[in-house]
Every structure is written in C-alpha cells, then in structure tokens.
Design a protein around this ligand. Structure first.
Ligand SMILES: Cc1cc2nc3c(=O)[nH]c(=O)nc-3n(C[C@H](O)[C@H](O)[C@H](O)COP(=O)(O)O)c2cc1C
Length: 206
C-alpha cells in the first residue's frame, strides 16, 4: 500500500480534531485477528513496518512515561531465536507442546515484542502503565489491518519462561505484553464468538 497518506509527525502546537470516518468505523466493527501460523509472506515493507511501529507507539500513556518498548525480531534473527527457544523448550516439563507452539512464532514474516517496563513506586500506578502496553499491542493490530495485513497478538510460554525472556533481553521488572505478528493472511479468518453486550453492559443507577 502507498504510504503517501501517512501524515508527517504532528508538532505539539498542531490541533488534532476528531476525524469522522465511516470506513474506519466499519473496519473496527469487523476487525479480526489472524492465527499466527496463518500469517505468511509477503510481510510489511520496511516503510510499512515503520508506520506500524509509529501507530503502535501512539497510545494513551498516563504521565507520558512511555512504559513500554519494542523489540523487533528480523527474519534472520527469528530463525536463531526459534532454535534457541527449542533448546529451552526441551528442558520444560511440557517439552513437546512447548516445541510445537514455536510454529506460531516461526511463521509470521514480521514480529514485534511489546515489552512492558512500568516505573515502580511512581505516582502513576504500574497497572495503568501496563494497560498502556496493552493499548500498544492493539494499535499495532489496527495498523496492520489498515495496511491490509493480518495480525496476531499472542504470548505463549516463551513470554513467561525465565530463560526465554532472558534470551529476548528483558531486564528485571520488564514483562512481555505480547508478541504481535504481522503478515499476509493465508486465508481470511472466520468470525469468533463475541460477548453479548447485554451480559457485559450495565447502567449505573445511583
Ligand atoms: C494478552 C493476550 C495474550 C494472548 N495470547 C495468546 C496466545 O498465547 N495464544 C493464542 O492462541 N491466543 C492468544 N491471545 C488471543 C488472540 O490474540 C486473540 O484475542 C484472538 O485470536 C481473537 O482476536 P480478535 O478478537 O482480534 O479476532 C492472546 C490475547 C491477549 C489479549
């Protein structure tokens, strides 16, 4: 997709009014994640990758703390990462399942690890900072979708395994908010069950 539509980064003095867009509303109403294993080549171009990261970083963030960071896993490095994770998987009690799950990491052409790095003992609660990292993952998916790619936000065991997160380069106090994968959809995903709004919406009556 041509990125000519992408505006220059706004200045702090720029007014940014709401932008009504029936097209965007429709896309939001129908957006659907892909299965990571169903994401294939071609992946986003370097310009598209930059646009995805830019949109991903544009999220609500109480106190402007930027309590998250990105680790992009380039394709060549991904092969090495998967191999090393296989070794870690072999030492786990669920070795076979853990190894099989690596297929989801191996397949997609573009992968970003969103790392939550909340400032501790800060007046902004860590919870709010972690929510901001979740918003980053969601925005990455929105950007992928708007560019015509499928996206998948997953965690899996290697987001929690101590050796795996060390291998990824996480520091103390950091956690994986998600692996966000982007690529061409091998097949369009089918709808999945959604909550009945009647079950989750209530009206405060005082
Ligand atoms: C924090 C988080 C972690 C997730 N981890 C996994 C995972 O490890 N494996 C998986 O199959 N789905 C995982 N999912 C679910 C998918 O990302 C996604 O919610 C699901 O496929 C449907 O997404 P959709 O509503 O965007 O279509 C995770 C979701 C979230 C929010």
């Amino acid at each position: 997709m041509s990125l000519a539509i992408l505006p220059a980064e706004p200045d702090l003095t720029d007014a940014l009014p709401a932008q009504p867009s029936p097209e965007r509303l429709k896309a939001l109403a129908l957006r659907r994640s892909s299965s990571a294993q169903a994401l294939t080549q071609p992946g986003p171009t370097p310009e598209e990758q930059a646009a995805i990261l830019r949109v991903g970083a544009r999220v609500p963030d109480h106190g402007k703390l930027t309590p998250w960071r990105f680790i992009v896993i380039p394709p060549a490095a991904k092969t090495a990462l998967v191999e090393q994770l296989k070794t870690i998987a072999a030492g786990r009690p669920d070795a076979e399942t853990a190894k099989a799950k690596l297929a989801k990491l191996a397949a997609p052409p573009f992968t970003v690890v969103v790392v939550s790095q909340p400032a501790r003992d800060h007046k902004i609660p860590a919870w709010e900072q972690e929510l901001s990292a979740g918003a980053v993952c969601m925005n990455l998916l929105h950007a992928a979708d708007a560019l015509g790619y499928g996206g998948s936000w997953i965690t899996d065991w290697y987001a929690y395994d101590a050796d795996a997160v060390k291998l990824l380069g996480l520091e103390d106090g950091e956690r994986v908010a998600g692996f966000v994968h982007v690529g061409t959809q091998a097949a369009a995903p089918l709808e999945r069950a959604r909550p009945d709004l009647g079950d989750v919406v209530s009206y405060w009556a005082g």
